[in-house]
Design a protein around this ligand. Structure first.
Ligand code: 5GP
Length: 201
């Protein structure tokens, strides 16, 4: 059985990546890695589903224990991907999506050259600000902090393998599956098939 693909998916806060991922996760070949964070849950978020919500002390204990594949600080909170969320699923042939910010993604560029890096961008900064206000989960001050952060993150987008603009949700989801299909057709992904054909010639 082929191993699953590690997919690193970054998008500034408010780019609609949550909704995109919800659509992608309807496909059984994909699984979402639940991250750990020290930020407080937003209304409606559930521990163990959206994130594992940890105290700063518990997060640091796990860092010291080597439990994280990567971790980073974002807007004063810690976020990290646990090894336990990733390795066993990849072995089972499931594609694992890490939804992480840019610093963590760029750490993985070095550590996991096998991973696929996808950046989701908003159509514009003005539209991003509008979406964050509409979501209504953050104060104006936090929104402006997140907008500045987003501009810094978008500047790093060319370091990713693909950039998907999330203007219309369905198109963005289609683009994601188009990328995955293209990747599966790459000659490198088809080595086993070619070996099989040659063996049975
Ligand atoms: P939010 O607080 O809006 O849920 O997430 C803030 C940022 O943290 C987002 O850009 C999100 O992608 C990122 N993030 C979530 N989980 C992780 C993680 O495990 N590692 C890293 N490096 N970033 C994460």
């Amino acid at each position: 059985m082929n191993k699953g693909r590690l997919i690193v998916f970054s998008a500034p806060s408010g780019c609609g990546k949550g909704t995109m991922l919800e659509q992608i996760m309807k496909d059984e070949h994909y699984s979402f890695s639940v991250s750990a964070t020290t930020r407080a849950p937003r209304e409606g978020e559930v521990d163990g589903v959206n994130y594992y919500y940890l105290s700063k002390e518990e997060f640091q204990r796990r860092v010291d224990n080597g439990e994280f594949l990567e971790h980073a600080v974002y807007c004063d909170n810690c976020y990290g991907t646990l090894h336990s969320e990733v390795d066993s699923k990849l072995e089972k042939g499931i594609n694992v999506v890490l939804e992480i910010e840019v610093q963590g993604a760029l750490q993985l560029r070095e550590k996991r050259p096998d991973a696929l890096f996808i950046f989701v961008a908003p159509p514009s900064i003005a539209e991003l600000r509008r979406r964050l206000h509409k979501r209504g989960t953050e104060s104006d001050e936090i929104i402006e902090q997140r907008v500045s952060q987003a501009a810094r993150e978008i500047a790093e987008a060319p370091k990713y393998d693909y950039i998907i603009v999330n203007d219309a949700l369905e198109d963005a989801v289609d683009d994601f599956f188009a990328v995955m299909r293209g990747e599966s057709l790459k000659s490198q992904s088809q080595r086993e098939f070619i070996e099989e054909v040659i063996k049975n010639a």
